[in-house]
Ligand binder design. Structure first.
Ligand code: BGC
Length: 253
């Protein structure tokens, strides 16, 4: 069964049809620059272009950097604040005619890792962190997602953790990998102190093997610590996989 996965980010909107049984893209992904400002209507029009690109008429799963509860965006990071209060599935449905399910981007990436990546077959307590422009989080217990955890917004030494320790901080402040790793280590210690997971999966651009090799040996955690496996496809795959609930007629989303 295939579902179109869409991952809305601060710089690009990416989409591809996903075989949700195998967790793989069935066509090359389509990426369109995020419009500026990234208002709901402007982004929905981009999503409609991606839907058209694939000639898609089936269900759509949509991930975005926002807390999403019962379809409504409650926050908006790196996208226009106009998303707050928007019923995301309704908006996307209006522009595409496709039934849509929406969720937080880190939750989507986490769902994909748990089903098809580094968390496959793990039934213990798993924390997935996506590290990029911000820090996103997803917690799983026995493969069940606890949604909208937003652990990138914890306070760390007077800073918002993601402002201090995301990959964007490394780039913005021109930090060496060593200096950035020290910050990320502090963040991991704080998160472990509060949540004590068994496994931490780190996703986002820094999980690519070439980058991971630059800092991983400087991190020390009580939990097992591993890089994500699906990297920049995780959001698309997880969004599509999560949207399979649209096939259950009883569920309202
Ligand atoms: C947002 C989260 C998002 C994360 C990763 C944070 O700034 O608040 O909702 O999951 O960035 O994109």
């Amino acid at each position: 069964m295939e579902i179109l996965g869409i991952d809305i980010g601060g710089s690009g909107v990416k989409g591809a049809p996903v075989d949700i049984r195998r967790g793989v893209l069935t066509a090359e992904r389509c990426r369109i620059k995020t419009p500026k400002p990234a208002t709901p209507v402007a982004v929905a029009k981009v999503v409609a272009r991606i839907v058209k690109h694939f000639g898609w008429q089936g269900p759509v799963g949509c991930a975005l950097p926002a807390r999403v509860k019962h379809g409504v965006a409650l926050t908006a990071a790196n996208i226009d604040r106009g998303w707050i209060g928007t019923h995301v599935p309704r908006l996307i449905e209006e522009h595409t005619g496709c039934r849509t399910f929406a969720l937080n981007d880190a939750d989507a990436a986490g769902v994909a890792e748990m089903a098809f990546g580094a968390g496959r077959d793990r039934h213990d307590y798993v924390l997935v962190l996506t590290v990029g422009t911000g820090i996103g989080s997803a917690i799983f217990i026995n493969q069940t997602l606890v949604p909208n955890t937003e652990l990138g917004h914890l306070e760390l030494g007077g800073h918002e953790a993601e402002v201090y320790a995301a990959d964007s901080a490394r780039k913005r402040e021109d930090l060496s990998w060593r200096d950035w790793a020290r910050r990320f280590q502090r963040y991991l210690e704080h998160v472990e102190f509060l949540f004590a997971p068994d496994l931490i999966i780190v996703g986002g651009g820094i999980s690519r093997p070439k980058k991971w090799a630059k800092f991983a040996d400087q991190l020390e955690t009580q939990a097992e610590l591993v890089p994500a496996r699906l990297q920049n496809e995780a959001g698309i795959i997880g969004a599509a996989y999560s949207a399979r609930i649209l096939h259950q007629p009883e569920v309202t989303v």
